[in-house]
Design a protein around this ligand. Structure first.
Ligand SMILES: Cc1ncc(COP(=O)(O)O)c(C=O)c1O
Length: 435
């Protein structure tokens, strides 16, 4: 189901005023007090900070951003009929296909407005971190469009294992540095302790922040977790609501995989709004995580740092602890130690269910999906497909005609090494040891 360009949403949906409780504020670790917008202005431009704290339900999308969204939005909503047939399930399975974007994932939905707001405020350079390179390539694309320079700290193990997203970033003009690096004092400290440190998202975030705060013309950009990032991703759910309406379908389940939570929330939050209004009373919202970093399934709900060095404000979220070292699974985007504060709050209040899967069971289902629907899912996305698969089989056992909608956050055509290892039987499952 394709929508015409005129139906690209004109406003993003902001969940903050609709949360069941006020969102606990980020805390300044030095003072123990809630953080002020002033404290954060060294990292983010003014308009982004306003969005981070806004209590308006809808926020206008600038025309300049819609013009770029037009390159891939609206994204299609597809019924996975051949996958359903394989499972012999009475359930209907729909997916919102974000893999159609220029970089192959949902991440450009936020990289474009973030680059736009920065250039509008005269910022000359951005820094960021990336794991497998989905976020880094999305921001490289956006900064190229608006003419901002970009430095990406890429988790070292991925820098060498996933060379092609690095190539994409360079193609769009970004400087890509394997992290931990000699560029920052934090990186140097880590390398002194262990010259072979493979890096992590938490370390790369610390380096990107240090680089931004020590250069005046530079700000920092984050690809998940924060409210403004999730706000930008709600174009996914807003479009999906229209598409499901046009197909005369009502979802019983809305599913997304969760790293920091942005694609999950981007699809689920606009549906949560309808549920809150009493329009979708039986809707279940499911977060699919990796057993390597199951923050919503096993993490505590408490204040924690967003990075390893403890440079960020503390956020109230489900977390495995900012020192958590995740197993080297292929779904690099799901290795984060925490989850977005908004997603965590909804989980804590019982509005969201979380399920964690290991990568062996996930790749098994991803292969079935690729065989039937022809699209190779990103390893991250495969977690959402696994959740949909389990629910569809459950519906079969109970003879129920459930309607399932999941977010297809990205394609896996640059993750073929992972599929190679799966086919060659070389993957480890990596279960989380909660005890
Ligand atoms: C394809 C894909 N899906 C999901 C994620 C997880 O991130 P988030 O939870 O912010 O959507 C990533 C992160 O890199 C990704 O690349």
């Amino acid at each position: 189901m394709y929508l015409s360009e005129e139906l690209i949403p004109r406003r993003w949906y902001n969940i903050l005023p609709d949360l069941p409780k006020p969102l606990p504020p980020p805390i300044n670790p030095q003072t123990g007090e809630p953080i002020s917008p002033q404290d954060l202005s060294i990292l983010f431009p003014k308009e982004i900070l306003e969005q981070e704290l806004s209590l308006n339900t809808f926020i206008d999308i600038p025309d300049e951003v819609i013009e770029i969204y037009r390159l891939w939005r609206p994204t299609p909503l597809i019924r996975a009929k051949r996958f359903e047939k394989l499972l012999k399930t009475p359930a209907k399975i729909f997916f919102k296909y974000e893999g159609i974007s220029p970089t192959g994932s949902h991440k450009v939905n936020t990289s474009v407005p973030q680059a736009f707001y920065n250039i509008r405020e005269g910022v000359e350079r951005l820094t960021t971190e990336t794991g497998a390179g989905q976020w880094g390539s999305a921001l490289a694309f956006a900064t190229k469009i608006y003419g901002v320079r970009l430095t990406v700290y890429m988790v070292k193990v991925s820098y060498y294992q996933k060379p092609y997203r690095k190539t994409l970033m360079k193609l769009w003009g970004a400087e890509v540095i394997p992290s931990p690096s000699e560029r920052t004092s934090f990186g140097k400290r880590i390398l002194e302790e262990d010259p072979n440190n493979p890096g992590s998202l938490g370390i790369a975030i610390s380096e990107a922040i240090e680089d931004a705060v020590t250069h005046e013309d530079t700000k920092y950009s984050l690809g998940s977790v924060l409210n403004h990032v999730i706000l930008h991703q709600t174009v996914i759910g807003l479009e999906a609501i229209k598409q499901m309406e046009l197909l005369d379908q009502t979802p019983d389940y809305v599913i997304g995989c969760v790293g920091g939570g942005s694609n999950f929330a981007g699809l689920a939050f606009p549906f949560y709004r309808l549920k809150k209004k009493g329009l979708l009373p039986s809707l279940k919202i499911i977060a699919a995580e990796s057993t390597a970093s199951p923050s919503l399934t096993y993490g505590d709900y408490r204040y924690d740092y967003g990075d390893t060095a403890g440079m960020t404000p503390k956020l109230k979220m489900h977390t495995l602890g900012h020192k958590h070292v995740p197993a080297p699974i292929h779904a690099g985007g799901l290795r984060y130690h925490g989850a977005a504060p908004t997603v965590s709050l909804l989980r804590e209040e019982g509005f969201i269910e979380a399920r964690a899967y290991n990568q062996l069971e996930v790749f098994k289902v991803a292969k079935l999906f690729a065989e039937t629907e022809g699209i190779v899912p990103a390893p991250e996305t495969a977690h959402a497909i696994k959740a949909a698969y389990d629910i569809a089989l459950d519906a079969k056992r109970h003879g129920e005609e459930k309607t399932i909608l999941f977010n297809f956050s990205g394609h896996g055509l640059l993750d073929l090494q992972a599929y190679e290892e799966y086919i060659e039987d070389k993957l480890q499952p990596y279960e989380y040891n909660s005890g």
